[in-house]
Design a protein around this ligand. Structure first.
Ligand code: 5GP
Ligand code: ZN
Length: 116
C-alpha cells in the first residue's frame, strides 16, 4: 500500500486513525464520513494513496468501482434510503478537501434530508 505521511485517509486505511468501517477488502476501505451530510454518508477509498481521478490507477478503478454496488446495497439494507447519490470531487476548486481519492455515497431520504 502506498502511504503518504500526513494524509488522513492513509492513516485511516492503515488503522492509525479509527473509523466506522462499512466495508473492507485488500484494496478498498469504506467508512462513514465524519460529517454525515445524510444518514449513512460513506466514503469509499483505494487503500493505495492516489490523489484524485487524474492519478487513479486501473487497479484502483476496478477495486473501488466493483466494491461500490456492494457497499450501496449494504447501505440500502442498513438505512432504507429512498435513493443514493455517488459523488467525487477532484481538485480544490471542485470541492476536494482531502487529497486521497474518494467516492462519496450519499443515501437520500427525500426533501430536507440535508443534501441538495
Ligand atoms: P471532499 O471534500 O474531499 O470531497 O470530502 C472529504 C470528506 O472527508 C468530507 O466530507 C469530510 O467530512 C471527510 N473527513 C475529513 N476528515 C475525516 C476523518 O478524519 N474521518 C472521517 N470519517 N471523515 C473525514
Ligand atoms: Zn492517502
Amino acid at each position: 500500500m502506498t502511504k503518504v505521511n500526513d494524509c488522513i485517509f492513509c492513516k485511516i486505511a492503515n488503522g492509525d486513525i479509527p473509523s466506522a468501517k462499512v466495508y473492507e477488502d485488500d484494496k478498498v476501505l469504506a467508512f462513514l464520513d465524519l460529517s454525515q451530510v445524510t444518514k449513512g454518508h460513506t466514503l469509499v477509498i483505494p487503500k493505495k494513496h492516489e490523489e484524485n481521478i487524474y492519478e487513479l490507477s486501473e487497479e484502483s478503478v476496478h477495486a473501488v468501482f466493483s466494491a461500490v454496488p456492494k457497499i450501496s446495497r449494504a447501505l440500502k439494507a442498513a438505512y432504507e434510503p429512498k435513493g443514493l447519490n455517488m459523488l467525487n470531487n477532484n481538485g480544490k476548486d471542485a470541492g476536494q478537501s482531502v487529497f486521497h481519492y474518494h467516492v462519496h455515497l450519499l443515501p437520500r431520504y427525500g426533501k430536507g434530508d440535508g443534501f441538495g
